[in-house]
Design a protein around this ligand. Structure first.
Ligand SMILES: Cc1cc2nc3c(=O)[nH]c(=O)nc-3n(C[C@H](O)[C@H](O)[C@H](O)COP(=O)(O)OP(=O)(O)OC[C@H]3O[C@@H](n4cnc5c(N)ncnc54)[C@H](O)[C@@H]3O)c2cc1C
Length: 414
């Protein structure tokens, strides 16, 4: 069977690409193949079921890629406007919650439904529960071998996502899909996941704290994030930690020893904390040390600090100035050596994938492979939490789909 475009993967990238290809070339015969039973399975689970579609705040730390500037050739203020228009056209009104974009309904299902309905309306064919195994370049065409059929396509959009979240369709086999081409893959690893501490943190289990977290290694600060940290038995998690996980795992994979520094009470500097503790000591000399630091931090953290510093004094009055300084330092620079990380089963995304140095940013077409496009998380671009990944998937799907549609229109008019 010959198709004009075969889209591998029915996530936000693949669904957008199929829609754009068909809208650009009305006569095109398009097929979406997905190994799941339904399209958009991962999308349903995003943003705790609310689907954080995009984010208007952008800086050089928003995306992680071996090709550092590539993501920003696609994601910019213009793309943010285009994405909003795309969803408005699908009938999904957008709610902007301080730069975090959601569907007005606050339901991920609204987004999946709108994309699926447009796909049906456009007459795009869908094969679910079918897995593409390889893409074989042939004369000006591509052979697609799946677990149950073989197809030929004039253009292909490879949008199978990543290995992250296997229960939602993620699979490590995606990285073998293009192995019959010369397109390189950057070795993948989990991203947006929790981090394992070398130290036993069972005494902190269950604590959540507002803080600033920084990733340190050999004296350098790699990244910093503000937000909530969650402590578990031997693990650090929470959005701020997830955002540091990408670089942290790179460091671990390089055999280095990354450290996560937790800065508690972020709105107070060290002098403010010292001032508070001194005042406490003067006004409450008989109270216990736990009570003293509990005035600023969670009770379990207060006890953890006292144990870590091996403070022998029991009451505030007996605390020496030197001990007071150490307590301040611990509150502002609580450090944990990182020894591991969560797996794909608990990751929200994966780093690595198709090397973007072989992709054209205007079309997502692979160099040397006319009509073969890559979209979404399959490319070596991973965003932080907060809408960056869906925004990347949709915008690259848009570019790939439009480029495929234009190529087909051009070929049909020849
Ligand atoms: C729990 C969770 C919450 C998240 N929340 C957010 C959020 O709020 N905001 C945000 O921006 N990002 C979020 N993400 C990340 C975001 O969901 C992904 O980055 C995004 O879905 C990637 O889109 P995609 O189309 O590239 O890939 P996917 O959505 O993964 O879709 C790829 C599709 O391809 C199919 N597939 C894979 N291999 C094959 C094959 N060989 N043949 C056929 N089909 C195949 C899969 O079944 C899948 O349906 C979250 C992720 C998770 C796991």
């Amino acid at each position: 069977m010959i198709y004009d475009t075969i889209v591998i993967g029915g996530g936000p990238a693949g669904m957008t690409a199929a829609i754009k290809a068909k809208e650009t070339c009305e006569k095109a015969k398009i097929l979406i193949i997905d190994r799941n039973k339904k399209l958009g399975k991962k999308l349903y689970a995003t943003g705790n079921g609310r689907c954080n579609i995009a984010n208007s705040a952008l800086d050089l730390s928003s995306y992680h890629s071996c090709n550092e500037f590539f993501p920003y050739q696609i994601i910019n203020t213009e793309s943010y406007k285009k994405l909003k228009e795309f969803f408005m056209d699908l009938g999904v009104a957008i709610y902007d919650d301080g730069g975090y974009l959601y569907p007005q309904s606050m339901q991920a299902s609204t987004v999946v439904w709108a994309l699926s309905d447009r796909i049906k309306h456009l007459g795009i064919e869908i094969h679910t529960t079918e897995e593409a195994e390889s893409v074989e370049p042939t004369d000006e065409m591509y052979g697609i071998v799946t677990d149950c059929a073989e197809y030929t396509a004039r253009t292909v959009v490879a949008a199978p996502g990543s290995a992250a979240a296997p229960k939602l369709g993620g699979t490590e086999s995606v990285y073998r899909l293009l192995e019959n081409t010369d397109i390189r893959t950057i070795a993948p690893h989990p991203a947006l996941c929790r981090l394992k501490t070398r130290e036993d943190t069972s005494d902190l289990a269950g604590v959540r704290a507002r803080c600033r977290v920084s990733l340190l290694c050999d004296g350098d600060v790699y990244d910093s994030e503000s937000g909530e940290i969650q402590f578990a038995d031997g693990w650090l998690s929470g959005i701020a930690v997830f955002n540091l996980s990408m670089q942290c795992i790179d460091l671990l994979n390089d055999g280095r020893t990354p450290v996560v520094e937790v800065t508690l009470v972020p709105e107070m500097d060290e002098d403010d904390v010292l001032g508070y503790l001194r005042k406490f000591r003067d006004s409450n000399p008989d109270r216990r040390l736990e009570a003293m630091s509990n005035g600023l931090v969670n009770e379990k953290i207060a006890r953890f600090i006292i144990n870590r510093l091996e403070l022998k004094s029991v009451t505030a009055a007996r605390l020496t100035d030197e001990e007071l300084d150490r307590m301040v330092f611990e509150i502002k620079h609580m450090r944990f050596e990182i020894s591991g990380h969560g797996g794909y089963d608990e990751s929200q995304a994966a780093c690595g994938g198709i090397d973007t140095r072989q992709l054209r940013p205007d079309s997502m077409e692979a160099d040397g492979y006319k009509g073969l496009y890559v979209a979404g998380e399959y490319a070596d671009v991973t965003g932080k939490c907060g809408g960056y990944n869906i925004m990347w998937a949709v915008m690259t799907g848009m570019r790939a789909g439009e480029a495929a549609g234009k190529r087909l229109t051009h070929d049909k008019n020849k």
